[in-house]
Design a protein around this ligand. Structure first.
Ligand SMILES: [Zn+2]
Length: 250
């Protein structure tokens, strides 16, 4: 059955997998998005009226972080982002003409004016801030109904360095100044198309003052008295483990 392709089939950020979280194998269609790594892996959207095959279910891709390896999750993340990009670029943003899928590159090409649209990622900084040798800043997002405390994060603005974004977001969201900003690691995060850039920094000055539309609470917590924190598989989890237990960043 070598003519079958392994398929990432999405429906509203949910992915079709079997009971063991394995992908289905399907016959390739002309409209499928093909991964450049070979033609045996494709991605497509499940149609509104298409039935879910027996033995399969739709799982939110966030949940697959815990089930899959990092490499598997990253490929799924790439698939969902490329599909979304293709869906959102059916017309030329320069002249308005209908676009065509480039035959070999990930590009949507305008046959009228030649303009090419490529997939974009949104750089987003996330920062773990420590104070002294045993305190960490954790903040509760105002939109989060639960009790989970996370890290300070935000989009990089036009014309800004990553370090400037870290300092600005921290000052805006919790009113403090940080020093010794250092890059740790990165993670593609397909919600919807972010590249999370992880930094660590140390508290320098200022009192915590919340930006209330964004943050409902923020405190320096002792390492041994943490509240509920982000789940394993997220970069925030790895960052907290890194500063508290000196674990290596993935
Ligand atoms: Zn055009």
């Amino acid at each position: 059955m070598s003519n079958l392709s392994l398929a990432y089939i999405f429906y509203n950020h949910k992915l079709l997998v079997d009971d063991n979280f394995q992908l289905p194998k399907v016959e390739k269609l002309a409209s499928d998005l093909i991964f450049s790594s070979g033609d045996q892996v494709i991605a497509r959207d499940l149609l509104d009226d298409e039935a879910i095959p027996e033995g399969y279910q739709l799982i939110p891709i966030r949940q697959l972080i815990a089930q899959w390896t990092r490499a598997q999750f990253e490929q799924a993340s790439r698939a969902v982002q490329l599909l979304e990009w293709r869906r959102n670029h059916k017309f030329c943003s320069h002249c308005g003409h209908e676009t065509e899928v480039h035959s070999t590159e990930y590009a949507m090409v305008c046959p009228a004016c030649g303009y090419r649209q490529y997939p974009r990622v949104q750089p987003c900084v996330i920062t773990v801030i420590t104070k002294g040798t045993d305190e960490i800043l954790l903040a509760k997002n105002a939109r989060n109904k639960g009790n989970m405390y996370g890290l300070i994060a935000g989009f990089v603005e036009v014309g800004e360095t990553l370090e400037e974004a870290v300092a600005r977001e921290t000052l805006e969201e919790v009113g403090i100044n940080v020093k010794n900003i250092q890059y740790l690691s990165s993670q593609p995060w397909p919600f919807p198309s972010n590249l999370m850039l992880a930094f660590k920094a140390e508290y320098e000055s200022g009192e915590i003052k919340l930006q209330e539309e964004e943050i409902s609470d923020a405190q320096f917590f002792k390492f041994d008295q943490l509240p509920e924190t982000p789940f394993a598989g997220s970069i925030a989890h790895a960052m907290i483990e890194h500063v508290i237990h000196n674990k290596k960043m993935p």
